[in-house]
Design a protein around this ligand. Structure first.
Ligand code: SF4
Length: 353
């Protein structure tokens, strides 16, 4: 698909209200809904634009906060399905997410449900989500999703606290029968700013492990906020075809609408291209200066700008921005040194007396 014309995935934060208090939350989620959230009729107007303008249409992922906090969530999902949009939901696992709710989503026509599990034990997951019992409930809901015949995606957030659980998670997702496993390399935004970070070397070795692991399973394995995963696949999996295509990343095949209607390149990159209350989403994605510059590999700086992999990777723009304040800076989590790269010598000449 032409990533200039529309996103492959559109994640939509319907609310920031959430009953959990997760340590990494990029949304700084809060207990109550914001009165200025997009209304149902505003959401439907955006869905009309998406369905009538973007071909092929994006995979719609309704998230939060916790989208289940919206009493009109079922109406939103019906509106999305009615427009023939591939519809997915990414809820929080709280007492609001019952099997009955999942049955209703199945009846509406939701294709995929994402459940977050950050480690293979309560010791890792419940500590990270800061609510005891969330691990057991997440396993139960994940099994419900599979029983009901919907696609099950498990999302795992990686930071210093959860890194030791990655191999165990690899076994758990097999046991759960997932259709995809998305591994999020936490970007230091929102509450995630203060989490223990992982080094470049640990990021690299984890991605290498994932690249090898992905060859042994029949479901999709993806690294989020770590597009250098594609370099690791090229280096470690000879003959793999998909890394030859551009990475799906911020503003390039991926977009995010926040709870107030701001259109951002990703949830981890809270810089707005404009608001759907004033400008159609499709126009902001295609024509806004922010989105256009993020799709241009010639604007990349530092090692990403010099890198032979920049067209299939380009580094995480969200992480570059969170760490340096520069959208085009090199990705600080990638240790790769491009061929011929030399650190630029200082332009400050020594002063001789
Ligand atoms: S240097 Fe940048 S473009 Fe090259 S592999 Fe690393 S993150 Fe990707």
């Amino acid at each position: 698909m032409d990533l200039e014309q529309g996103p492959h995935v559109l994640t939509w934060e319907l609310t920031r209200a959430c009953g959990l208090k997760c340590r990494h939350c990029r949304a700084n989620a809060i207990p109550r809904r914001n009165a200025r959230e997009l209304s149902l009729s505003e959401v439907v107007t955006v869905l009309d634009d998406i369905a009538s303008t973007l071909a092929p249409p994006p995979l719609m992922v309704f998230t939060g906060g916790d989208p289940v906090e919206r009493s009109d969530l079922s109406d939103i999902l019906r509106a999305s399905v009615a427009r023939n949009l591939h519809t997915a939901v990414s809820p929080s696992v709280t007492p609001l997410l019952t099997r009955k709710v999942l049955e209703e989503w199945k009846e509406i026509g939701v294709k995929t449900v994402s459940i977050s599990i950050d480690g293979p034990s309560p010791a890792i997951h419940d500590r990270f989500r800061r609510v005891d019992g969330t691990f057991a409930a997440s396993i139960e809901r994940a099994r419900d999703v599979r029983d009901l015949g919907m696609g099950l995606q498990v999302n795992t957030s990686i930071c210093g606290d959860t890194l030791p659980g990655v191999p165990g998670m690899g076994e758990l997702v097999k046991d759960l029968g997932v259709t995809s496993w998305e591994v999020f390399f936490v970007v230091p935004t929102g509450r995630g700013r203060v989490l223990p970070k992982i080094t470049r070397e640990a990021t690299e070795s984890t991605l290498k492990w994932l690249a090898t692991y992905a060859q042994t399973v029949r479901f999709r394995v993806t690294a989020i906020a770590a597009p250098q995963f594609r370099r690791l696949i090229l280096e470690n999996v000879p003959g793999s075809p998909w890394p030859k295509f551009p990475a799906i990343r911020e503003a390039q095949g991926f977009a995010f609408i926040d709870h107030l209607g701001e259109v951002c390149p990703s949830g981890y990159l809270p810089v707005s291209a404009g608001n759907v209350r004033r400008t159609p989403f499709s126009k902001l994605y295609r024509d806004s200066p922010l989105f256009r510059q993020l799709r241009d590999p010639n604007r990349l700086q530092g090692r990403c700008g010099a890198c032979e992999y920049k067209r299939i990777c380009g580094g995480s723009r969200a992480r570059a921005y969170a760490v340096t304040g520069d959208l085009q800076a090199e990705d600080p989590a990638c240790p790769y040194v491009p061929a011929g790269w030399e650190e630029r010598p200082s332009l400050v000449l020594p002063v001789h007396a």
